[in-house]
Design a protein around this ligand. Structure first.
Ligand code: HEC
Ligand code: HEC
Ligand code: HEC
Ligand code: HEC
Ligand code: HEC
Ligand code: HEC
Ligand code: HEC
Ligand code: HEC
Ligand code: HEC
Length: 423
């Protein structure tokens, strides 16, 4: 079908009409300076501008009037700079309206304000404390980005710093008497490491554990559930363990964080079980059943780890010499898997549960050690064989050479050189 040429003429015209729709707010504010100018400069990257919204959609007023008194006339809905305590409601005018939001993005959630009101932030703001986070402290203002935008302050890689602006600020937090070490601790953790260094976006940031709009600390009963939402198998074993009912009553939070802490979660090792920094020894003397189990578990884990390392070293050497050890290499992987299973089984705190993977892993360590040693032995045998044949070939060449010389000098090739000639 032929498209009428007029369509091509009109399309750019209608675009032009949109872009020239009057926005005296931006025009005038761009020419001001300082705090009055900044919004007009920032707004071009704002997600609201991208969706065709303007200054007046938040602030009210008349964006077609050139006269400031008209443009910023309260009679035309102008609200000026909203008070901090009024901000969530301002954002909620649109974000809590399913009918309005559906026009822009049918799948968008509309529960942010509702959840916010249940958070420690929201409750305190409602009581007039405006030190807490409102929507703009997490999302910024006039430069609000889509949450998936890497420049958004709520992007997983930037969120810890966003929360840290307040929670790591001793001055700001002083009146509440809560710790201010969450940000520093978190940045030494396995989770931040996975997120920042390895780019693993499934690792938790502040909001994964605390919620984003309903931000409150996970309460004592739900700590294991928070960790368990990702570490499912660990939580299942722990829930059935002897410690679960005891730790869940602990002051300052229980569950996993008794041993792993909450923000500064570090790479676990057997130093948690035995030695001067062991967590178990905080409650179990060495001679008690708990202390003995801790020592036994450390011995098992270290034993399997070093047995696997030894086997791996031998198999790797054999591989370097070009020996066929691929099966042993695959089996070593199975051995490592048993070590992982043993670390998981630890969370039942029952030696019998851990013994199974330890024994299976040890069997593999022994079997692969033998395979590696056999391969190295075979290499030696082959080398000996090669050396023997080199020597043999050398002797044969010498003998033939001696024979040829004898024939050339006219001698009887069958008579020994030293024997007297037969007359
Ligand atoms: C002709 C210039 C002009 C126009 C048009 C204009 N403004 Fe302003 N606006 C100003 C000036 C000047 C101030 C005062 C700055 C100051 O106090 O430092 C101001 C202040 C503001 C403030 C801060 C008020 C406060 O309480 O601190 C907001 C918000 C604002 N304008 C929004 C808008 C919006 C929205 C529009 C369009 C509907 C608009 N302005 C149109 C010049 C203008
Ligand atoms: C998504 C809603 C939204 C949009 C769109 C928006 N603003 Fe604002 N604006 C706010 C909020 C909320 C505040 C209060 C910020 C605070 O408390 O720090 C504010 C503050 C201001 C202030 C006061 C700044 C200060 O530090 O005193 C000015 C001036 C202003 N806006 C102008 C504008 C202009 C001009 C535009 C368009 C270019 C615009 N705003 C677009 C929500 C918006
Ligand atoms: C304590 C910080 C914080 C506060 C306060 C906050 N947000 Fe959010 N917001 C977030 C985080 C974190 C996300 C999720 C980012 C992601 O999914 O990666 C988010 C996501 C969103 C989204 C995307 C849709 C969704 O729900 O995931 C919207 C819209 C939004 N916030 C609006 C608001 C509004 C409106 C308010 C105030 C009523 C508000 N936010 C208050 C941190 C906050
Ligand atoms: C006039 C209506 C309106 C107001 C007021 C408003 N927004 Fe929005 N907002 C929208 C629309 C429309 C979108 C684009 C659709 C979308 O991405 O969800 C949007 C998008 C967003 C997004 C990106 C969501 C995402 O999934 O990436 C965030 C964050 C956001 N707004 C925060 C705020 C905050 C914070 C305020 C208050 C300062 C606010 N909005 C005020 C209408 C509004
Ligand atoms: C603008 C400053 C500010 C920002 C940004 C902020 N908070 Fe808060 N937050 C506070 C204040 C103030 C309190 C009140 C402290 C209290 O009541 O103990 C609080 C309370 C909390 C609490 C409850 C603490 C308790 O035990 O009482 C948690 C959890 C929390 N915030 C998490 C977060 C997370 C997660 C983020 C980032 C997504 C964040 N906050 C961003 C200021 C902020
Ligand atoms: C892996 C989950 C997890 C992550 C990630 C996390 N927290 Fe926590 N947070 C917790 C747990 C668990 C508690 C303790 C709750 C209790 O004691 O009842 C807590 C407690 C808090 C508290 C209350 C005061 C305190 O220290 O006991 C604040 C505030 C807080 N976290 C802020 C943050 C901030 C800010 C970040 C990001 C820098 C963050 N959290 C990251 C799990 C987490
Ligand atoms: C949002 C999902 C999530 C939550 C919630 C979470 N974690 Fe993690 N955790 C991860 C990811 C992803 C890794 C990195 C895994 C890796 O290194 O292969 C990890 C790593 C770990 C490690 C190191 C494991 C290893 O093999 O190196 C420990 C210990 C840990 N988390 C404990 C906790 C505790 C305790 C909590 C609760 C306070 C918790 N996690 C909450 C996802 C989560
Ligand atoms: C009584 C102390 C204790 C409790 C409670 C505890 N763990 Fe552990 N966890 C340990 C010890 C000890 C190790 C280290 C084993 C090793 O690597 O030698 C460990 C290791 C881990 C690992 C790393 C496993 C690996 O393959 O390296 C993860 C993940 C983990 N724990 C998660 C959790 C979760 C989730 C909870 C709560 C459901 C929890 N732990 C409760 C003591 C504990
Ligand atoms: C916060 C204190 C605390 C920590 C830390 C702790 N336990 Fe326990 N554990 C207990 C208590 C209390 C009991 C119950 C003792 C009883 O019933 O007599 C217990 C019971 C046990 C039992 C059952 C045998 C017994 O003594 O009843 C084992 C096994 C055990 N713990 C191992 C460990 C190991 C291994 C660690 C370190 C990874 C550890 N515990 C860390 C407090 C702790």
């Amino acid at each position: 079908m032929k498209v009428p040429a007029i369509v091509f003429l009109l399309a750019p015209l209608s675009l032009l009409a949109q872009s020239t729709a009057k926005n005296t707010c931006v025009d005038c504010h761009s020419a001001l300076d300082g705090a009055a100018q900044r919004p007009a400069l920032l707004i071009k990257n704002d997600v609201h501008t991208g969706n065709g919204l303007t200054c007046a959609d938040c602030h009210g007023g008349d964006r077609t009037a050139d006269d400031p008194g008209e443009a910023m006339n309260p009679a035309k809905g102008f609200i000026g700079k909203p008070a901090r305590t009024a901000i969530p409601k301002l954002c909620a005018r649109c974000h809590s309206s399913p009918d309005f939001m559906r026009k822009f993005r049918p799948q968008q959630r509309v529960d942010q304000f509702e959840l916010y009101q249940t958070s420690v932030h929201g409750k305190r703001l409602a009581s007039g404390d405006d030190t807490v986070a409102t929507c703009i402290d997490c999302h910024s203002i006039h430069d609000i980005r889509a949450v998936k935008d890497a420049m958004s302050p709520v992007h997983p890689l930037r969120l810890p710093e966003t929360c840290g602006h307040c929670h790591a600020d001793q001055h700001k937090m002083a009146k509440y008497g809560i710790p201010t070490d969450q940000f520093d601790g978190y940045r030494t953790s396995v989770h931040w490491n996975a997120l920042k260094i390895r780019g693993d976006l499934s690792a938790p940031n502040c909001a994964s554990c605390h919620g984003n709009h309903g931000a409150k600390p996970p309460d004592v009963e739900s700590v294991a559930a928070v960790c368990g939402s990702c570490h499912v198998l660990f939580a299942q074993l722990y829930q059935k363990s002897v410690h679960e009912p005891i730790f869940s009553g602990a002051a300052g939070g229980g569950g996993c964080i008794v041993c792993h802490s909450n923000h500064a979660i570090h790479q676990p090792s057997t130093a948690m079980l035995a030695g001067p920094k062991a967590v178990c020894s905080q409650c179990h003397e060495a001679e008690t059943p708990g202390g003995q189990v801790a020592a036994q578990m450390a011995k098992w884990l270290d034993g399997l780890d070093s047995a696997l390392n030894q086997s791996e070293a031998v198999v790797t050497r054999a591989d370097k010499y070009g020996m066929e050890v691929s099966e042993a290499q695959v089996r070593l992987g199975d051995g490592r898997e048993n070590l992982v299973k043993a670390r998981l089984a630890l969370h039942s705190f029952q030696p019998n549960e851990m013994k199974k993977p330890i024994e299976a892993g040890m069997a593999i360590a022994n079997e692969t050690l033998r395979a590696g040693q056999d391969a190295l032995h075979e290499k030696d045998v082959r080398r000996m064989g090669l050396a023997a044949s080199v020597v043999f070939i050398g002797i044969t060449i010498l003998a033939i050479w001696a024979l040829i010389r004898r024939i050339e000098s006219g001698g009887d090739p069958l008579r020994p050189a030293s024997a007297p000639e037969v007359k």
